[in-house]
Design a protein around this ligand. Structure first.
Ligand SMILES: Nc1ncnc2c1ncn2[C@@H]1O[C@H](COP(=O)(O)OP(=O)(O)OP(=O)(O)O)[C@@H](O)[C@H]1O
Ligand SMILES: [Mg+2]
Length: 450
């Protein structure tokens, strides 16, 4: 083997960085631009603003706009280094590399990909090979020390704000090479985070070095026809302002269970850890739409293993619980007002449940709603950062309700949108079994904690 065997065929007499590419760059740029929708075009055409933002709804075409922009910036800075960042390593692989490769291929842009030590693409352009690094925000410190012409960031508002704030000035400090130096970030805004701090505040709006472009999901003609309808069906209006229009709006104060976070609370426990535990079933009565959450208590925590939605009446609910209990002991925690009234003519709802052999745990009267909410919030995460509620991923309705129930203007948990029932059912159970007052009942310490 000679040293020449390492050199690409046909490139032996080429100097490093030089290219034999015959790509018609002008035609390529024109074609790329022609295929963009107006918001994307405004974003890729602005090569003068130092710090450029693209705030846009889900599916509005952000990642696609970044793919186009990275090619155009590479063309404007041939022979110089650029970098594209995603929030995490897996997103670099699953989102960016996937979309970027199909973009390069659809425009027949010649490139070489190298996976290790970290992924990068080399575009073979007439003015020389031009490298595009692909990095995660998690490991942003690894680009420090490089001289870059441009950096693009995708979904920057999902990066932990402290990391984004720390990384941003350091990244700007690396833009030291090339002809067009630019930092551009695209994201669906997540409340008031990096995008807001950088482009939205009054102070940011005064600064001449930055500019924000907005796109709505509806601006992208390439989305499936029911995409927007589905989002509208699943999110409340304040979230839709962010998720469809890319507006800054408060995503959290409206949410009743704002301590709920899929990453922390949705998990699968091996069945053998709870197979002998009695079932604890929180129940909300609504004629024609009975809801129940089924959980097991493990030490100080609650694990929700099942849910029942839309049972027709109390008997149907009880039969369904019995079927799922499969012989196990069942404690029920129904809405206490089910002791006074009935969805059946002759017996109260609680009497019906008892007739199936379930042990009723509900107090004589319901606690105030805010105490019930507070006890669920505390189980989700308390002041000591203890997380004591886990939900199995197949309890889909419960997860949705925890995520989406919001406060009304009057400050009460909303009961119109239909996200209340599972949460109420869960609240009866949690208040009774996990709130401080009841947890201590019967111990006779004489100490009452409120
Ligand atoms: N100009 C375009 N030409 C052709 N297809 C496009 C264009 N812009 C977007 N698309 C397609 O529309 C879909 C959504 O675009 P993209 O993934 O860029 O949106 P996004 O805003 O990044 O979405 P998300 O919010 O999911 O990250 C993709 O399938 C993409 O290929
Ligand atoms: Mg995207």
């Amino acid at each position: 083997m000679t040293i020449l065997s390492h050199i690409e065929k046909g490139s032996i007499l080429r100097r490093v960085g030089e290219s034999d590419s015959t790509l018609d760059v002008k035609a390529l740029v024109a074609q790329i631009k022609q295929d963009l929708h107006p918001g994307q075009l405004a974003f890729v055409e602005d090569e003068n603003t130092e710090i450029l933002g693209l705030s846009a709804g889900y599916g509005a075409g952000k990642t696609r706009a970044l793919a186009a922009k990275s090619c155009l910036l590479a063309i404007a800075n041939q022979g110089f280094l650029g970098c594209v960042m995603e929030p995490t390593g897996p997103l670099v692989r699953d989102i960016w590399m996937n979309d970027f490769e199909s973009f390069l291929e659809s425009y027949e842009i010649p490139y070489t990909f190298r996976a290790s030590p970290l992924p990068d693409y080399t575009l073979h352009l007439p003015g020389g090979d031009t490298k595009i690094l692909c990095r995660s925000f998690e490991s942003w410190s690894r680009i420090i020390g490089l001289n870059l012409a441009w950096v693009l960031a995708d979904e920057i508002d999902t990066v932990t704000p402290s990391i984004a704030q720390k990384a941003f000035p350091k990244i700007l400090g690396r833009l030291r090479a090339g002809n067009v130096r630019q930092f551009a970030a695209a994201s669906t805004p997540e409340g008031f985070r990096w995008m807001w701090n950088t482009f939205g505040t009054e102070e940011a709006q005064q600064r001449p070095d930055r500019k924000l472009i907005r796109m709505r999901s509806a601006d992208n003609p390439h989305l499936p026809p029911d995409f927007i309808e589905r989002l509208e069906a699943n999110y409340d209006p304040s979230l839709l302002k962010a998720y469809l229009e890319g507006q800054f709006c408060n995503l959290t104060t409206g949410q009743v269970y704002d301590r709920f976070d899929r990453a922390k609370h949705v998990s699968v426990l091996p069945e053998k850890e709870y197979e002998n535990e009695p079932l604890r079933v929180g129940i909300d009565f609504n004629i024609g739409n009975m809801s129940a959450v089924i959980g097991v208590r493990l030490n100080n925590s609650l694990y929700l293993i099942d849910e029942i939605k839309s049972a027709h009446d109390t008997d149907a609910m009880a039969q369904e619980i019995q079927r799922r209990a499969d012989g196990r002991q069942v404690y029920v925690y129904p809405d206490a007002s089910g002791g006074n009234r009935s969805t059946n003519a002759s017996r109260t709802d609680i009497q019906i449940l008892e007739s199936y052999g379930f042990s009723n745990q509900s107090p004589r009267a319901n606690p105030p709603v805010r105490d019930r909410v507070a006890s669920v919030q505390a189980l989700l995460e308390n002041g000591k950062a203890e997380v004591r509620l886990q939900v199995a991923p197949w309890c889909k309705r419960t997860i949705e309700c925890l995520e989406l129930q919001s406060y009304t203007e009057a400050g009460d948990p909303d009961k119109d949108a239909g996200y209340d029932h599972m949460n109420d059912a869960l609240g009866y159970l949690v208040y009774r079994d996990f709130s401080m007052i009841h947890a201590r009942a019967g111990r006779g310490t004489g100490i009452r904690l409120y």
